[in-house]
Design a protein around this ligand. Structure first.
Ligand code: SAM
Length: 348
């Protein structure tokens, strides 16, 4: 039986509580989905026609969102706030949200996960507002494959976004890539070659069972071991010695590309899960706390928020939501059931 550890007080934080679970993990990294809408239709994420988007009235307003994030930061030890979606750049007031979160005390590290479309015009403003880190999703460098995979001809916009992020001083710029068998799995080495030239940090993510169509098949997934093999055809990779010592809760295993200053990450979410060191908790655009990407239950913070609950009552509910976190995502369990919400509505 895992040892039950009482969540300790966070040193230097005004609030006296932390988001602990029964397995000794403490959530300090909040992933906030700003919208379930997206301007791409990646085949491994959602169908060509899109999804039934959340009605606007259900989506948290800017003020509601900042209040909840503030409770997490002030009362519950949240240290990193990653804004995601759907596509977070579709949230019109994103710069305002970043600035408001940057004003919280203690100031959290603010990160953004985006497909990069429209970023070219906004990267500098986001950096000025207080954005600290950025992950841009890019699965291919070939315009035709990009169009096939995302169902939109927008590769040039994404590449312009990557450039703008670097020029805005966002450092490091991380690139998230998902490889699909027979579609872009031959691009592992070309993507790394490009990343080395551009000075960006590439991370491959194993495809997870989170697509709206429920079409994921383990046998079709390109595994972390395969990705490493494909990279090794062109690059010599060694386990990054600094990362090996300090990996902590980071999901990517980092490999140093010999002869360069660059590391490449592989996130083996399915074949080598890292649930034991997970420090993440998620807030959906409609105000639900999810203690795991794969959770089948959520805790509603929007109803109490809109019914006049105090910060303390909301914090209590949040603490309870995380306390019930399962030890692992269970993808390998024969009884595993994919969550009802797809990745785009949870926030990746
Ligand atoms: N629209 C933003 C973007 O593209 O980065 C943020 C949301 S998107 C859901 C976040 C990340 O999740 C992207 O890097 C995307 O490739 C990844 N993703 C989506 N579906 C996935 C799946 N089934 N397995 C693994 N990664 C997935």
């Amino acid at each position: 039986m895992p040892h039950l550890r009482a969540p300790a007080a966070a040193p230097g934080i005004a609030g006296s509580r932390r988001l602990g679970d029964a397995y000794g993990r403490i959530a300090t990294d909040l992933r906030v989905s700003l919208t379930d809408r997206c301007n791409l239709r990646c085949t491994y994420c959602m169908p060509a026609e899109g999804l039934d988007w959340m009605p606007h009235a259900e989506v948290l307003t800017d003020d509601e969102l900042v209040r909840l994030v503030g409770i997490g930061v002030r009362e519950l030890g949240i240290r990193t706030v990653r804004l995601t979606g759907g596509e977070p750049l579709l949230r019109r007031n994103l710069e305002f949200l970043v600035a408001a979160i940057a004003d919280l005390q203690p100031r959290p590290l603010i990160a953004l996960t985006t497909n990069g479309i429209g970023l070219a015009a906004r990267a500098a403003g986001l950096a000025r507002a207080g954005l600290g880190r950025i992950n841009i999703s890019l699965d291919t460098l070939d315009p035709d494959t990009f169009k096939q995979l995302t169902r939109r001809p927008r590769l040039a916009d994404v590449l312009a976004g990557v450039r703008a992020a670097r020029e805005a001083g966002l450092d490091p710029v991380k690139i998230n890539s998902v490889l699909l068998r027979g579609v872009n799995d031959h691009e592992a080495a070309p993507l790394l070659r490009w990343a080395v030239t551009e000075g960006v940090q590439l991370r491959f993510i194993e495809q997870m069972p989170l697509d709206a169509q429920h079409s994921w098949q383990r046998s079709e997934m390109v595994t972390a071991d395969e990705i490493r093999e494909r990279l090794s055809v062109e690059f010599e990779l060694v386990v990054d010695p600094v990362d090996a010592l300090r990996r902590g809760s980071a999901p990517a295993e980092l490999f140093r590309v010999v002869g360069t200053e660059v590391s490449v990450g592989i996130i083996a979410a399915v074949t080598k899960p890292f649930c034991g060191s997970c420090d993440r908790v998620r807030l959906t655009a409609d105000g639900q706390i999810r203690n795991c990407l794969f959770a089948r239950e959520e805790s509603d913070l929007r109803l109490p928020l809109r019914s006049g609950a105090s910060d303390e009552e909301i914090a209590d509910r949040w603490v309870q939501a995380v306390a019930g976190k399962q030890p692992g995502h269970g993808i390998d369990d024969p009884t595993f059931l994919q969550p009802d919400r797809p990745m785009s509505a949870i926030g990746g």
